[in-house]
Design a protein around this ligand. Sequence first.
Ligand SMILES: CC(C)(COP(=O)(O)OP(=O)(O)OC[C@H]1O[C@@H](n2cnc3c(N)ncnc32)[C@H](O)[C@@H]1OP(=O)(O)O)[C@@H](O)C(=O)NCCC(=O)NCCS
Length: 156
Amino acid sequence: MKLVIEKADKKDLDELLELSDRLLRQMMEIDKEIKLIKNHGPLKRKYYLTELKNPNSVFFKAVCDGKTVGFVFGTLKEGIPILKDDDYGNLNEIYLLPEFRRKGIGHRLMKSMRQWFKKKGVKWMRLYALVKNKRAQTAYKKFGFMEFRKIMRMKV
Ligand SMILES: CC(C)(COP(=O)(O)OP(=O)(O)OC[C@H]1O[C@@H](n2cnc3c(N)ncnc32)[C@H](O)[C@@H]1OP(=O)(O)O)[C@@H](O)C(=O)NCCC(=O)NCCS
């Protein structure tokens, strides 16, 4: 198996959208509260195109024997302006096709993401995980992430 991790660009749009849709469907299976709006497809395409051109965002793709099998998508975010070193790198999405998981590819994608954020000068990277997505949390902890805040909510 020959694996390459490389930056994705506009020509990868369709493949990235396909993988991202799979991730979304998986999230919707885990959390029944996640629902899509009508016509989400064109909006998502527009959003991805914008982000592929955004110098503060990056997509890395994992290419296995010539086939794109996963990706990671991250964005630089401004922190609270009065707090020192509060800017951070946000890991928006990471996804691998099921048959390519647990082979260390997620680790390789995360490493590329981390190096990119480091070059951009932020000290920390953050992500949000669904509480119900235990598997992803196990992987994130193996990658080196630690819990540091909790999002809470109540019905209004
Ligand atoms: C999360 C994900 C990117 C991890 O990538 P991966 O290539 O499978 O991870 P790695 O092979 O680098 O594994 C790193 C460690 O994470 C843990 N891990 C990964 N997948 C796991 C799973 N399905 N169950 C339990 N632990 C898992 C393991 O401890 C693994 O180390 P080990 O195999 O030496 O025990 C991948 O599993 C994935 O795409 N999952 C579906 C999408 C998803 O949930 N994304 C996150 C949205 S918040």
